[in-house]
Design a protein around this ligand. Sequence first.
Ligand code: AMP
Length: 454
Amino acid sequence: MSFESLGLSPDILRAIADAGYTEPTPIQAQAIPVVLSGKDVMAGAQTGTGKTASFTLPMLHKLAVHQNTSTSPARHQVRGLILAPTRELAAQVEASVRTYGKYLSLRSTSVYGGVHIDPQIAELRRGVEILVATPGRLLDHLHQKSVNLSQVEFLVLDEADRMLDMGFMPDIRRIFSYLPPRRQNLLFSATFAEEIKRLASDFMRDPQLIEVARRNATADTVTQVAYPVANDHKRRLLAQIIKKEDLRQVLIFTNTKTGANRLAHQLMHEDINAVAIHSDKTQQARMQALAEFKEGKIRALVATDIAARGLDIDDLPCVVNFELPHSAEDYVHRIGRTGRAGTSGKAISLVSPEEKRYLSDIEKLIKRAIPLEALPGYGAERLVEAAGKDRYRERSNERARPVAARHVEPERRVEPESESVPSAEIKRAPIRRPGQKREVAALLLPPRCIPATE
Ligand code: AMP
């Protein structure tokens, strides 16, 4: 299928071609015609599926009737409103609006908290057709009357499940009261909790349900590997992996803000240029860190889940879970930062004996066993032994090694282990031997996509 066949205008097709996209992703192929037809859409799609363009492109197409170059604010009313859970996602979605709308005379801006409100007020007062906002800051603007939403024709809730997790539902419902009743509604969410369904039935009219990627599936383009390691040795092992594998751009997840700060600091001591991003950092510091990371000036970006949510870093080669997330779904979100748009990626997890139950929760959720790579000298020997040899890649068998671990050499020094683990718990997950097919093959982007509806 081609973008031309979806019925988008030449100005938008030109911008798509400039972006280098040759073929719509499954969510784009399914959602764009439905949105163009004027129907409400409820889409189950995760970050990495191309979902942003699936709502941005048809919205721009339909709003193109409002194009004008007048300087009068009255000629630039908000027609499209996109709500996003985080500042980073809001900024990225607006960047996409600009990219795909570069040949159109439509104005856009994004508003989010953590930065001064005055420049946003000035921008809104000049008039914009497309507004991307986080819910809290948008309410601030509504209270200050710096924005009028009475002419909104399109409402998009992006990553609705994240907005629910972050407690934005009351704000979102308040925002609805500022919108006109006649409008087109689009809702994107990776999962559909009861509350999301309730919200959808309250504000959408007979929405068409579109679901493209299996929920909670990991992309087949991501090579996953886990290293058992005692907590005390994680930092040393991480530094070794980064250096030995010559990882130039790696996104590392920690579970806490202090953990992120500490790890970034420790990596700097190992001569690895690292910066931590989390919600205590200013918006400017987070944006700058992200920009420098994208430019390759920062080698390791250490992030908490909240800070990393919605980050779109093209061609990110590697994600590391310095600590396993306590929610298995967060694992899927984390490793979805790599292996995007059909490129290959690596997801490395450092697993301490205390975290073994999180590992089995993740394996149950993604319905596949994550290959374990045993490295002597990192305090996890008894864990390795207890789990049984089958659970581990043979280090002597070159072909069986995961790409992610190819250059990692075991250290000579053997450290005392921290804890042993009952073998039954770790062996529960199915074992994938070299050459054996993977059980789950949910690929998110072309050319090898599986449009699986659940
Ligand atoms: P998203 O799911 O919207 O966060 O998009 C994930 C990534 O896919 C972004 O880096 C987009 O630039 C990229 N992308 C979106 N649509 C396409 C497409 N049709 N072909 C290739 N890459 C795409």
